[in-house]
Design a protein around this ligand. Structure first.
Ligand code: DX5
Ligand code: ZN
Length: 224
């Protein structure tokens, strides 16, 4: 029997936090009832911006006991698995578009003792995961083209989420279905109805004009 009301996790993305007081903002999101802290790593190659690396993950590790959900938007992520694991990552997600040897990269992540996730850009089909789906702890559906916070949710991704949810359920695969990009209190219920279980939100949590606590509550309240 499918869950009637599955538990929905919130993963605030620190990309939209105030970097000059990152530790404080991570602690605030944790107190507000976040489930994961989502860390967006960009290399200026796979995506245009350069953001943060393993030393920053190590620095925020002591400001929360929540799992650190590290989203690698980088080329050759396999070369960084060790650094991010040692820095304190709990989940490492790589982009399938950056990994011709994705099966090997997933094995490396798991051997490092952390959970393995794979992300799909908006233009990458669900079918590209077919062979590796049973090996994954998490699938990340990008609802914007990766690279920047504050973009608008691509509504066509709802159908993709529905199809992925159906495949996970049909094949009885327990990987978490996470959605990232453009999520706010208006979009969140639609994404959850489509089948998401983990919601990433940057702008809506850290740049809402309210406190982080109120922003998190608003998203939770939208889920009924
Ligand atoms: C985009 C990042 C997202 C981003 C989400 O490339 O992967 O995690 O921070 O930010 P919002 O919620 O503002 O779309
Ligand atoms: Zn992300």
């Amino acid at each position: 029997m499918p869950d009637i009301k599955p538990k929905i996790k919130l993963a605030p993305s620190i990309l939209s936090a105030d970097f000059s007081r990152l530790g404080e903002q991570v602690a605030e999101a944790s107190r507000a009832g976040a489930d994961y802290i989502h860390v967006d790593v960009m290399d200026g190659r796979f995506v245009p911006q350069i953001t943060i690396g393993a030393p920053v993950v190590a620095a925020i590790r002591s400001h929360t006991s929540l799992p650190l959900d590290v989203h690698l938007m980088i080329e050759h992520p396999e070369q960084q698995v060790k650094q991010f694991t040692e820095a304190g990552a709990d989940i490492i997600t790589v982009h399938i578009e950056a990994c011709p040897h994705i099966h090997h990269v997933i094995e490396m992540i798991k051997e490092a003792g952390v959970k393995a996730g794979v992300a799909l850009n908006p233009g990458t089909p669900v079918e590209s995961l077919g062979e590796i789906l049973p090996d994954l702890d998490l699938v990340l559906v990008m609802a914007v083209n990766p690279g920047f916070g504050g973009q608008t949710f691509i509504a066509a991704m709802l159908d993709k989420i529905v199809r992925l949810r159906a495949e996970l359920d049909e094949r009885d695969i327990g990987a978490e279905l996470e959605v990232d990009g453009g999520i706010n209190a208006e979009v969140a219920p639609r994404v959850v109805r489509a089948g998401a279980r983990v919601l990433v939100a940057g702008t809506a949590v850290f740049r809402s004009g309210e406190t982080v606590g109120k922003a998190v509550k608003k998203i939770r309240a939208s889920l009924g």
